[in-house]
Design a protein around this ligand. Structure first.
Ligand SMILES: *Cc1c(COP(=O)(O)O)cnc(C)c1O
Length: 453
């Protein structure tokens, strides 16, 4: 039974407004191709992800250009936790980026992809001895998080000195990471007495996406470096971490979500307040330029011979991938007497991590194949193929461009940054969705090391 036109128009009252994702040419080509998505779906036999590593290369290149144009010597370290795909770390190595790793597995994967040990940044709290030893062995830059970790590294390092940064807890912050101000002074002194360590500087990673906060804190770290130099340390590097914003969609559509999602738009009728800022005026490499321009930060770094390390995760994956689910079932439910669709797809919200933070992934998925552009939107929520009431890929009723049907594909855009694989497991004994690498000419392969070029 189809919804009548009248029901659809009334249905707008219970449906979220659209949030149309920006799409790169590769993704438009994928959606416009008459066969490719169906062929990938057949090969996968279930949900799958698509990655376009050329876009990662251009994102890395833009960050490196922002450093070069500011006259700042520096390095870009891809924060590997944002996506585990082999083709991503491989693209980073080819584009001249290093990696930010915080487990033995991430370190091994980075080295295996061709990242040099000296281009590794090792972060994370209370790093296990094995990780500290491997990091020192490969001459990585180790961001020490706490006094006890510093003592463990002093025991483990040598005979070559290990290169370290001290992670600073931002003043006034309640973060569980990094050294407080007095601990920091003590650590600088301690490293001065430890021939197994060499203090290369200081670092931080802030939550939120405010360029000004990064400029301010970076300025104080320059002062810290100068103080450490006076005590004989090389202190030639600061790291400002990641948190470079990603611009998923335009300002005018995003404005409708300024107060979050009202329950009236959602299956289950619950408000969703805490949303990622899906529109950013200044994002990615442009945000790095903004951080460097403010308060003459670039000039102060140059004048003092200080190198800048950045650790973007999400921003290096912007527009580099999408996630595709098959529609298994379509039912009609009602809210306040108005009908809407609940579709069940062949995967789960474990492949769309935002849902696991009590939040909602907002860039609208699209149905493939596309329908009649003049059709009225169909309010539709999206559930996963599990027995959990809360397993919803989209709680809100999305204005789908046409009626969903069994066998359709539902394509979620721009999911490479954190959405795809940080939470995936073989829950219900379902296989973990494969990742396909889409090359420049729409040739494709399975994701594995040594395949992308
Ligand atoms: C997660 C993380 C990053 C990357 O953050 P993004 O928001 O993805 O840019 C960088 N550095 C550290 C220490 C992190 O924990």
């Amino acid at each position: 039974m189809g919804l009548t036109d009248r029901e659809l128009i009334i249905g707008n009252a219970i449906m979220a407004p659209p949030l149309t994702a920006y799409r790169d040419p590769w993704e438009r080509g994928l959606l416009a191709d008459p066969d490719l998505l169906a062929a990938l779906a057949r090969a996968a036999g279930g949900p799958f992800h698509v990655l376009h590593p050329e876009r990662v290369i251009s994102n890395v290149t833009a960050f490196r250009a922002a450093l070069a144009e500011s006259g700042v010597t520096g390095t870009v370290h891809y924060a590997r936790k944002a996506n585990k795909a082999a083709c991503v770390i491989d693209a980073c190595a080819r584009a001249g980026a290093g990696a930010d790793v915080s487990s033995v597995g991430e370190l091994q994967a980075a080295l295996g992809a061709g990242i040099r040990g000296s281009d590794l940044m090792i972060t994370g709290p209370a790093k296990p001895d094995r990780l500290l030893w491997l990091a020192a062995r490969h001459d990585g830059l180790i961001a020490i998080d706490a006094p006890d970790e510093l003592e463990r590294l002093i025991m483990i390092a040598g005979p070559e000195p290990a290169r370290v940064l001290l992670r600073v807890r931002p003043p006034g912050s309640s973060s569980r990471f990094g050294f407080g101000a007095t601990e920091l002074d003590a650590a600088v002194t301690r490293i001065g007495d430890a021939p197994a360590l060499r203090l290369h500087g200081f670092g931080f990673h802030l939550s939120g996406y405010d360029p000004a906060a990064r400029t301010r804190l970076a300025g104080t770290l320059i002062e810290r470096c100068l103080g450490a130099r006076a005590l004989g340390h090389p202190a030639d590097t600061i790291s400002i971490g990641g948190g470079f914003a990603v611009d998923y969609a335009g300002a005018s559509e995003w404005a409708a979500f300024a107060d979050g999602l009202p329950g009236a738009w959602c299956h289950g009728e619950q408000d969703v307040r805490d949303l990622y800022p899906y529109h950013a005026e200044v994002a990615g490499a442009a945000m790095l330029t903004a951080v460097l321009r403010a308060d003459r930060l670039a000039e102060r770094l140059r004048d003092n011979g200080i190198r800048l390390a950045v650790e973007p995760g999400r921003a290096l994956l912007d527009r580099a991938g999408c996630s595709v689910f098959g529609v298994l079932g379509v039912k009609t439910l009602t809210a306040r007497g108005l009908p809407y669709r609940m579709i069940t797809v062949d995967g789960s919200s474990l492949s769309l991590s935002e849902q696991w933070f009590g939040s909602e992934y907002l860039p609208d998925p699209v149905l493939w194949p596309a329908g009649d552009p003049a059709a009225l939107p169909v309010p539709t929520s999206v559930g996963g193929a599990t027995c959990l009431e809360s397993d919803l890929l989209s709680r809100r009723r999305i204005p789908l461009a046409r009626e969903p049907r069994i066998g359709d594909l539902l394509v979620y855009p721009n999911t490479a940054g954190y959405q795809m694989d940080s939470n995936e497991s073989s829950f219900h004994n379902q296989p973990i969705p494969p990742k396909f690498v889409l090359h420049a000419d729409l040739r494709w392969s399975l994701d594995q090391l040594g395949e992308s070029s």
